[in-house]
Write a protein that binds this ligand. Structure first.
Ligand code: AMP
Ligand code: GLY
Length: 416
C-alpha cells in the first residue's frame, strides 16, 4: 500500500516511523515532512501543502490512505474534499474538527451531551466581556475561540490580567480573528493528563495516557512551550481516574459525535484536568498531540496501519490495541532561546545506535546534512520497566545527540 501523511512535525516523524513498520505499507509520501521523514524507512517528502493539490497527488499516485497529522488541514476540510473525490482520508470532517477549531463550539457540545467540563461564558463584545470580568472570581481562564497555535489561552490571576487579555485578543486582534470571540472559563486546579484515542464513529478506543511538560524550565517554571517532554503512561491516570474519564467524558463524547452526525474516523485527544472533584475535560484536539505521540506510538505494540484501517472501516469493535509493558519518556531538545527568538541552521549529529529513539521536528535535510530549522528540534526517547530506568536511558541517549545550543529540561518524568 502507498500512503500519504500530511504534516511536518515531530509527531509526523513518529507516525511515519510507526506506519513504516507495517508489512502492508510499501511507501509513505510525507507532505511536506521534515529532516526526520526525509531519512525514514519507506518515506519520501513531497513539497505540497495545498489541500486541492494533495487530493490531486493522492489520485495520480494511487494512494490507498491519507493520514492527517495537524489540526489546520482538518478544520479547513481536507477530509470533506478527499471524500468528495472518492479518496480515503483518516481524520474527522470539518464539522467534527470544530471540536478543536472552535472553543465555544466544543464547550457547547460538552454541555449539550453532559461531558464534565468547567463552567463558562462566551463573549463576542469586548464591553460585555469586560463588564463580566469586572465582577467575577479570580483566577479565571480566557480562551480565544479559534486556533491560535497553542497561544490562545490566558490564565488570569487578577482583573488587570483579564483586562489585558481582552485588549489583546478582542480589541487588538492579536490572533487575526481567532480571539474576536472568547470563552471565559472557571479555573480548575489539579493535574493534567492527555489521553489520545481512536474513533470510528461508533466506538472510541483510548490509547495509553500521557503527561506533557509544558513550561521551558525545570520544575515547571518559565513560559509555556509546545511541550518539552512527555511521560507515558501518566502515573496520575489510575484505574479509578480512567473509569471516571470513560463514564463521564468519553461515553458522552461518543454519543455527541453520533447524534451530531459527524463523520469521525480519526484521532480524538482529550486534554484532562484531574481534580479533587473528579476528572474534567479541558479541551478536545482532533489529532494526535505533539510531543505526546512520540512517546505513545513508541510504546504501541499493535500495527498502527491496521488500527487506522479498522477505524476507517468502522471495525474498531473487532480489534484490540496492544501496548508494550514499559514506561516511555521523550525529552525534547530545543534551540537555545526557544520559546523566544533562536538561531537556526546548525548541523545535528545523532549516533547511529539510537536512530529508532530520535524523532526529528524542527530539523531539515540540506544537501545530505541534518540542520536545525525550528524551536523544538527533536525528541529523544528512553524506555524501561520503571520510570527511573526510562529516565536513565533517555538522558543517556540525549548525550548521543548534538547541535549548537541544544537545550533540554533535566526533569522530564518527575512531578512534584
Ligand atoms: P487548552 O488549549 O484549552 O487545553 O488550554 C491550554 C492550557 O491552559 C491547558 O493545558 C491548561 O494548562 C490550561 N487551562 C485551560 N483551561 C483551564 C482551566 N479551566 N483551568 C485551569 N487551567 C486551564
Ligand atoms: N502537546 C499538546 C498538544 O499537542 O496540543
Amino acid at each position: 500500500m502507498k500512503l500519504l501523511l500530511v504534516g511536518s512535525g515531530g509527531r509526523e516523524h513518529a507516525i511515519a516511523w510507526k506506519l513504516a513498520q507495517s508489512p502492508k505499507v510499501d511507501k509513505i509520501y510525507v507532505a511536506p515532512g521534515n529532516g526526520g521523514t526525509a531519512l525514514e524507512n519507506k518515506c519520501e517528502n513531497i513539497n505540497i501543502t495545498d489541500i486541492d493539490k494533495l487530493a490531486e497527488f493522492a489520485k495520480n499516485n494511487d494512494i490507498h490512505l491519507t493520514v492527517v497529522g495537524p489540526e489546520d488541514p482538518l478544520t479547513k476540510g481536507i477530509t470533506d474534499k478527499f471524500k468528495a473525490e472518492g479518496l480515503r482520508c483518516f481524520g474527522p470532517d470539518s464539522e467534527g474538527a470544530k471540536l478543536e477549531g472552535s472553543k465555544s463550539f466544543s464547550k457547547f457540545f460538552m454541555k449539550k451531551y453532559g461531558v464534565k467540563t468547567a463552567e463558562y461564558e462566551v463573549f463576542t463584545n469586548p464591553e460585555e466581556a469586560l463588564s463580566y470580568l469586572y465582577d467575577c472570581q479570580y483566577p479565571i481562564v480566557i480562551k480565544a475561540d479559534g486556533l491560535a497555535a497553542g497561544k490562545g489561552v490566558v490564565i488570569c490571576e487578577s482583573k488587570k490580567d483579564a483586562m489585558k487579555a481582552v485588549q489583546n485578543l478582542m480589541i487588538d486582534d492579536a490572533f487575526n480573528g481567532a480571539g474576536q470571540k472568547i470563552v471565559v472559563e472557571e479555573f480548575l486546579e489539579g493535574v493534567e493528563a492527555s489521553i489520545l484515542s481512536i474513533c470510528d464513529g461508533k466506538r472510541i478506543i483510548p490509547f495509553i495516557s500521557a503527561k506533557d511538560h509544558k513550561q521551558i524550565y525545570d520544575g515547571g517554571k518559565g513560559p509555556n512551550t509546545g511541550g518539552m517532554g512527555v511521560l507515558a503512561p501518566n502515573p496520575y491516570v489510575t484505574s479509578e481516574v480512567m473509569r471516571d474519564f470513560e463514564n463521564n467524558i468519553m461515553a458522552n463524547t461518543l454519543r455527541g459525535i453520533q447524534e451530531e452526525g459527524f463523520d469521525f474516523k480519526g484521532i480524538i485527544f482529550f486534554g484532562l484536568m484531574i481534580t479533587k472533584k473528579g476528572v474534567y475535560l479541558l479541551e478536545y484536539n482532533v489529532r494526535m498531540g505533539d510531543p505526546e505521540t512520540q512517546s505513545v506510538l513508541h510504546s504501541m505494540e499493535s500495527d498502527l496501519y491496521e488500527v487506522i484501517e479498522a477505524a476507517m472501516d468502522e471495525r474498531l469493535n473487532e480489534i484490540q490495541v496492544e501496548w508494550k509493558d514499559e514506561v516511555c519518556i521523550n525529552v525534547v531538545l530545543a534551540s537555545s532561546g526557544y520559546p523566544g527568538d533562536f538561531p537556526k541552521g546548525f548541523p545535528i549529529t545523532i549516533d547511529e545506535s539510537i536512530k529508532d529513539n530520535v524523532f526529528l521536528a524542527g530539523a531539515k535535510l540540506e544537501k545530505g546534512v541534518l540542520k536545525t530549522s525550528g524551536g523544538r528540534v527533536l525528541s529523544v526517547i528512553g524506555t524501561g520497566k520503571t520510570l527511573e530506568e526510562a529516565r536513565e536511558e533517555a538522558y543517556r541517549n540525549v548525550e548521543l545527540v548534538d547541535f549548537m545550543g541544544a537545550y533540554c529540561r533535566k526533569d522530564i518524568g518527575i512531578f512534584e
